[in-house]
Design a binder for this molecule. Sequence first.
Ligand code: ADP
Ligand code: MG
Length: 679
Amino acid sequence: MPVLPRPLDEGEAENVRVVVRVRPMSEKEAEAGCRRITSVDTVHSCISVENPHAAEGEPPKTFTFDSVFDCDSRQMDLYNEIARPIVDKVLMGYNGTILAYGQTGTGKTHTMAGDCSAPELKGIIPNSFAHIFGHIAKAAERTKFLVRVAHIEVYNEEVRDLLGKDQKLRLEVKERPDIGVYIKDLSGYVVNNADDMERIMTLGNKNRMVGATAMNATSSRSHAIFTITIENAMAGEDGKQHIKMGKLHLVDLAGSERQSKTGATGVRLKEATKINLSLSTLGNVISALVDGKSTHIPYRNSKLTRLLQDSLGGNSKTVMCANIGPADYNYDETISTLRYANRAKNITNRARVNEDPKDALLRQFQSEIEDLRRQLEDAGLSAHGNDDGSEPELSDSEDVEEEAAKGRKRKTRRKSSQGESGDAQVPEAKEDSDEVQEEEELKELEDQERNEVELKKTLTEHEELREKLQTLERKILVGGENLLEKAQVQEQLLEASARELEQRKRKEEQLREALQAKEAELVDIEEKYSTLQDEATGKTKKLKKVFGLLMSAKAELNDLQHEQQREMEGMLDSVRSLSRELRLQETIIEAFIPQRYQAMIDNYMHWNEDIGEWQLKCVAYTGNNMRKQLSLHSAGPGHEYHPPDLSQVYLSYASERPVTARCGRRKSAEPSARPSSYR
Ligand code: ADP
Ligand code: MG
């Protein structure tokens, strides 16, 4: 089924914003005597790159973007210029995406996460925390907010929950008509201040590193997506509460460089091919979106593009930051990144406010809070205990407590008097009546003790209810609350930097206008040739310009051919390695699976286009899974295992739903009611 961009009547059309950031020359590069080949023109927002092996007369290549940041750019300026407008929109209920693209070592992670040890070194992700909670602190009191985060990694076409308890678990990407694409069983954390959020991000980043080390790879091979979901609720003019939900994806993509051809074998090779798949699908999606003729956008061909479906050509405000290095030896990759980014400028998105979405949690939390309040009120308790912090007033129960205490005293007294009078001689009749009375008293005491236990149980239950209520209430943030704590400084720094940036922008704008006026004047002068000599000079100049254009077109052609050649070689390499792997799998099948079963498996396999995987009917009854079940149920000594006759199994279970082969277990076709679990 072809996947088309959403209908055009939704939201306002707006192109993906694309900016470029050049990192500073590293010490190593400076020591090695590398030459700077990039030059940035911030007034015209363009960047020129010199080819270190340029032919005579070949001019540098120039690309224009929405903004260009040179090597001295500051983290805060970058935040204010590219991220702040998007985060502002997310706070209003739009979706937003910020992607960092580029070769490994060019500053993607520096741009997205940065260094949290100093406020001015923090990247876009931590700066967005200060911005978000700063906004909530300033919002109207009647606005309620719920902020939650998730952090995932796509590595080797597998999705890993960086905040999950079990780091080995691989999650499934699913889709539902009402909420769209989501990740099943992804853990989400509700956060109520910027510091908690930073701790969560650090934990996710640490897990990314640990995972990479365990898999003998670097994190540059994986794509990390940090998602912040912000819900806000306000009473509308109709008196009803309306919820808006904005989702912000902050994406640190895998290194865009071509995998080196040397030494990659076995598992490593598979990884290399699959990482190419995710990034090349991203490239294909971009191409299909911008060429205007494609009816099919291949979002479903990779996990990354499925997850970012809304961000590219869909319902999202998106900005891509292309990161490049300044040195000559990176020329090929730098040009390739700039070309990629240049194409992305032409993607059109249509973002709209997400109103009352089905997967909002705020309403659910609020109704749970109402329920808990009602339960506590029904029990005659206030929801938050007394204002002075003492125990709530419980006249009846206090009476019972008092009675119980008295009873305990009486019991002790009786026991001691029994002890004292143990040897004394008393008349028998009196003894009998005393015994009856004592028994009654004992019974009464036991009743009281039972009551006491009951009461304690009820009190504990109420206390639990109250705690649950308070935990839920803490999750919902009320506009005007100061939630910044230490992040307050960060927010103030950001704002000061935003003001400074605005002034600078105004100055730049004036400069640009003056420059344009001068250029126009120059053109006028050039056109008014007073003498033949002047005309000749003018024409020579024009000729030089045209010649320059011709040279750069030639160089461009050369470059494109060169790049295509490299791409082709890379693809051929992948084809060769995949064919080799295919032959290995075929040999294994031929050697170990009887032909009868091969045909049967063939019959029962089908390709599920929706999830991009092979599925096998009744996988729970296949040999290996039967063996597992059998070893569970009958692992007694001397028990001989006979593989089941699969044809019989299939016949009797042919009506079962299909299951995904990779997972080796039956799966319910029904998605869980809520896509994620929240802590
Ligand atoms: P990537 O994530 O693209 O592989 P990193 O963010 O890890 O690259 O950057 C590589 C190195 O360059 C890091 O040591 C980082 O601190 C440094 N770096 C990158 N960009 C900048 C910048 N704009 N200013 C200062 N240092 C930078
Ligand atoms: Mg990185």
